[in-house]
Design a binder for this molecule. Structure first.
Ligand code: PEP
Length: 249
């Protein structure tokens, strides 16, 4: 049985005060909800959010890390720095990183390696654009992204990863994939993982992301291969985020 993981991607949002308040509210309710909860604020908010989470079991994650280990790469944040900031998870290859900042499959693969080397759990984001979906290419796109990001990993490394299927056309649009559309891709991802290694393939958690809200979460989580969610907009509201988490139980 894969324990659900409910992850909030706060993106470029929040002040020190608002992020701390949000984390405090999530932490206060966390012990009543039997899922793994994770919040991913911006780098500079990691420390105050960590303090607000206190001894709760809500995990902390970053939204990105550098493909470089160290050196003359101004503005980058290394995997070691992310790990030393108290993060257990890191989002890698989000479609906004790929689309807005030109991250290529090879960059995503390098970042996955950096994360694993620091014992961080990479949440590897994959997903097709609307044009690719309209052309019926979603499975081919996702499989290419998985091959590149995870294809070189051994079974131990693979078992330490989480994959998030985030169709680009569903992120921040209010238009979620239907449970059936999401499940079809998740089933193909599960098959890809099992094809790599049966043990790890069965235990890796597959999150769905793209306009998950309290009113559509339960139907998504009822799907066999959907093990949780990566949530953008709705994670900025503690009540909505917690309602989605409750729908996963
Ligand atoms: C995301 O940012 O990863 C995301 C899924 O956003 P939203 O839930 O707002 O669609």
């Amino acid at each position: 049985m894969r324990r659900p993981l409910i992850a909030g991607n706060w993106k470029l949002n929040g002040s020190r005060d608002s992020a701390t308040a949000l984390a405090t509210e999530v932490a206060a309710a966390s012990s009543e909800i039997d899922v793994d909860l994770l919040v991913c604020p911006s780098f500079t908010l990691l420390a105050p959010v960590q303090a607000a989470l206190g001894s709760s079991c809500v995990a902390l994650g970053a939204q990105n890390l550098s493909a470089h280990e160290s050196g003359a790469v101004t503005g980058e944040v290394s995997a070691q720095m992310v790990a030393e900031s108290g993060c257990r998870y890191v989002i890698i290859g989000h479609s906004e990183r790929r689309g807005l900042f030109g991250e290529r499959d090879s960059d995503v693969a390098a970042k996955v390696q950096r994360a694993l080397a620091q014992s961080l759990v990479p949440i590897v984001c994959v997903g097709e654009s609307l044009d690719e979906r309209d052309a019926g290419q979603e499975l081919a796109v996702v499989s290419r992204q998985l091959d590149s990001a995870l294809g070189a990993l051994d079974s131990t490394a693979l078992a330490n990863c989480v994959v998030a299927y985030e169709p680009v056309w569903a992120i921040g649009t209010g238009r979620s994939a239907s449970p059936e559309q999401a499940q079809a891709v998740h089933a193909a991802m599960r098959e890809w993982l099992i094809g790599r290694e049966a043990g790890a393939g069965n235990t890796v958690r597959l999150l769905y992301g793209g306009s998950v809200k309290p009113d559509n979460a339960r139907a998504l989580f009822a799907q066999r291969d959907i093990d949780g969610a990566l949530i953008g907009g709705a994670s900025l509201d503690a009540a909505d985020f917690l309602a989605i988490a409750r729908a996963a139980v």
